[in-house]
Design a protein around this ligand. Structure first.
Ligand SMILES: C[S@@+](CC[C@H](N)C(=O)[O-])C[C@H]1O[C@@H](n2cnc3c(N)ncnc32)[C@H](O)[C@@H]1O
Length: 291
């Protein structure tokens, strides 16, 4: 790990330990090391050795809990560092995941989306707030994916547990299927329980895929997009994606990702919300669905 260069990532939300800068990489992305093999992480594998504390996050009318762990304790890295192909930033809460929960709350209120009975996948989950929101809103199954098994063990699982233990008594989560998968986007479909059957697209698939701040790296976008098409229920599945319009220094962003989606011609995109709060780059939430 020590031989890998580290990079400042973009600003994280509500995280006093994070960089406030907008820059990504100071130089072009270096080649990535081979990814760790995909694994399912079970709730029972929750870390008991890494210190975990929670803060409240008010997102519009929704209050969720956000766990906090020390990057150094988990990965031996100073806070704010991201090491491409080794640690992909999942221990921080990024602005996009707050934007996504806000957008989902609006979509729920206007009846554009509803979670009861739905199978949900959160890609690049980190804290997992959008997936936790889906769980609290009645989704039947929520599967969380992160690059790093350590993020799932030390942060996602305890964060889900903390939020569930605070839920109002009217919300029942006892019968939900909640599962956790670690792995690179080009490989993790081998483990995900709900994928389309390639030929007719009628078997399985996730009704809703959620993702926030996952499209910053151009080199990973193709495999992320292929994973989405492998996993999204056809024809009624929908993806909600929160991201910055442009990630300075690395070239990723919504414009560039959506142009790939448009060229492919399978999914249509609609802008759900735009955030221009003056503190950062323009941020957007997009919905993708089959044409
Ligand atoms: C910047 S973090 C965002 C975390 C969280 N969604 C948020 O908004 O707070 C990017 C996330 O995508 C995941 N990720 C990035 N590149 C990946 C890749 N090539 N394969 C699998 N997961 C990846 C990371 O593990 C991490 O959870």
């Amino acid at each position: 790990m020590a031989t890998n260069p580290t990079f400042q990532l973009f600003s994280a939300s509500n995280d006093k330990s994070s960089s406030q800068g907008l820059g990504f990489f100071d130089s072009p992305e270096p080649p990535r090391p081979p990814p760790p093999p995909p694994v399912e992480v079970f709730s029972s594998e929750v870390s008991s050795s890494v210190a975990f504390s929670v803060d409240k996050v008010n997102i519009g009318q929704v209050t969720l809990l956000k766990g906090r762990v020390n990057t150094k304790e988990v990965f031996g890295l100073p806070n704010s560092d991201l090491v491409p192909g080794v640690y992909e930033g999942g221990l921080k809460l990024w602005e996009g995941s707050i934007d996504l929960v806000k957008a989902l709350e609006k979509e729920t209120q206007t009846g554009n989306v509803s979670f009861p009975g739905k199978r949900v996948l959160e890609l690049g989950c980190g804290h997992g707030l959008p997936g936790i929101y889906a769980c609290l809103k009645g989704a039947d199954a929520v599967h969380f994916q992160d690059f790093n098994a350590e993020v799932l063990r030390c942060l996602t699982i305890p964060n889900l547990n903390a939020n569930l233990s605070e839920k109002p008594p009217s919300v029942s989560v006892g019968d939900k299927e909640v599962r956790f998968f670690a792995g690179e986007w080009s490989e993790v479909h081998q483990l995900l329980p709900l994928v389309n059957d390639g030929e007719t697209g009628t078997k399985g698939g996730y009704d809703i895929i959620l993702m926030a701040e996952t499209i910053y790296s151009i080199s990973a976008q193709k495999s992320l997009y292929e994973l989405i098409k492998t996993c999204l229920a056809n024809p009624n599945g929908a993806v909600y994606m929160a991201a910055k319009k442009y990630y300075f220094g690395v070239g990723g962003g919504t414009r560039q990702f959506l142009s790939m989606v448009e060229k492919d011609g399978v999914l249509a995109s609609t802008l759900v919300s735009e955030v221009t709060d003056g503190s950062s780059n323009v941020r957007e939430v997009w919905k993708l669905s089959y044409k």
